[in-house]
Design a protein around this ligand. Structure first.
Ligand code: ADP
Ligand code: MG
Length: 350
């Protein structure tokens, strides 16, 4: 951790652009039947047949979205893909292809890009997604990575943010807040390291939190589960900016209100313990932390029996008429309005 391993360094300029792309992508396999033409032509060709295509892009910038002093490049490659696949799954679609564009400075040797692409390749093979193209250019300072993900679904299976109705149940997958606390732990260890480079960080007590920050998983399994149990959500969104801001997006798009119950918000025991150590309120962290990449969705009440008891899903509230507003019902049974703060706001408070 925190060290540049530079045993062997091959300069990027030695390969030339096409040699570099070829070197980085030669081991990737095409798995999707809808991929007609992948890397190597002027454009990729996709045949979605009777499905609709969904498309999403994210741009990650060094120093803004990631810190390479504690983010291994392999994890960064993996995470850059996850962030995009999560958006595809939030449409209730299957992710099928990605493109990857990078801008790198000559501070990065070939070996660094090999690490980055190893993470991308791992994500592609686990999630059954094809890498079908991208762009490569130079940067004067840091690393930029932009991933575009494509997915497909039958038109009637696509779920938008706008379909929630009064009386629907609000459901979330997994647990919340862990990724944010993982980042707090990593940033604390980085400060310790700056003062004493010989200090060995003991991340063991925070293993789950750190893993959620460095190696998040997109919830392909939840999309598959919902299909299997025949539940079509009425609205859905993925949690990248924190529960409260995603709830507000759902409610505004659907023109509804919400009642969210504090006591129902799923929290991992390690999160609760670490929040105590950092003197942070775990509900605030879950509401505003972000980078959870869980799915937040609404279902009709009549579908409740189909999800009841599933360990991956928790009912955390219900949809109300728009004029009732968006409210958090606290453990003390008081009602407070939900406000969007996002993790930047949370940071500024500290
Ligand atoms: P063009 O000049 O036509 O844009 P490029 O030389 O940039 O072509 O790219 C050649 C091929 O390699 C294309 O199929 C492109 O999609 C792919 N490609 C370029 N950069 C990357 C990258 N970083 N990752 C994956 N594929 C890439
Ligand atoms: Mg190009």
């Amino acid at each position: 951790m925190f060290e540049n391993k530079d045993e062997s360094r091959t300069s990027l300029s030695d390969l030339g652009e096409f040699g570099l792309i070829n070197h980085l992508t030669q081991t990737f396999k095409i798995k999707q039947s809808s991929t007609v033409t992948g890397i190597g032509d002027d454009a990729a060709v996709i045949d979605p047949k009777e499905n609709q295509l969904v498309v999403t892009t994210d741009l990650l910038v060094e120093g803004v979205h990631f810190d390479l002093s504690f983010m291994p490049l392999k994890h960064l490659g993996y995470k850059a893909v996850m962030v995009n696949l999560s958006d595809v799954y939030a449409m209730n679609a299957e992710a099928t292809q990605i493109t990857v564009s990078i801008a790198v400075s000559n501070r990065f040797p070939l070996e660094a890009l090999e690490e980055l692409y190893a993470g991308i390749e791992l994500a592609c093979s686990i999630y059954n997604v094809d890498l079908i193209g991208g762009d490569t250019t130079s940067s004067t300072t840091g690393l930029l990575i932009s991933v575009t993900a494509l997915g497909q679904a039958e038109p009637k299976q696509i779920v938008k943010r706008s379909g929630a109705k009064d009386g629907d149940l609000l459901v979330v997958s997994g647990d919340l807040g862990a990724s944010y606390m993982g980042l707090q732990v990593l940033e604390r260890e980085k400060q310790v390291y700056k003062v004493n480079p010989n200090a060995q960080p003991d991340l063991e007590p925070y293993a789950y939190l750190v893993e959620r920050q460095l190696k998040p998983e997109a919830r392909k399994d939840i999309v598959e589960l919902l299909k299997k149990i025949e539940v079509l959500p009425t609205s859905m969104i993925d949690i990248s900016d924190g529960l409260s801001s995603e709830i507000i997006h759902l409610c505004k798009s659907s023109k509804t209100g919400i009642r969210l119950y504090e006591e129902k918000i799923p929290l991992d025991p390690q999160l609760i313990q670490t929040c105590e150590e950092f003197e942070l309120d775990s509900t605030t962290v879950a509401l505003s932390g972000g980078e959870d990449y869980e799915l937040l969705f609404t279902i009709k009440q009549e579908d409740y029996d189909k999800i009841k008891g599933n360990p991956h899903l928790t009912v955390i509230g219900h949809v109300t008429p728009e004029h009732d507003g968006m409210n958090l019902i606290t453990r003390a049974n008081t009602s407070i309005p939900i406000v969007a703060r996002g993790w930047n706001a949370l940071k500024n408070e500290e």
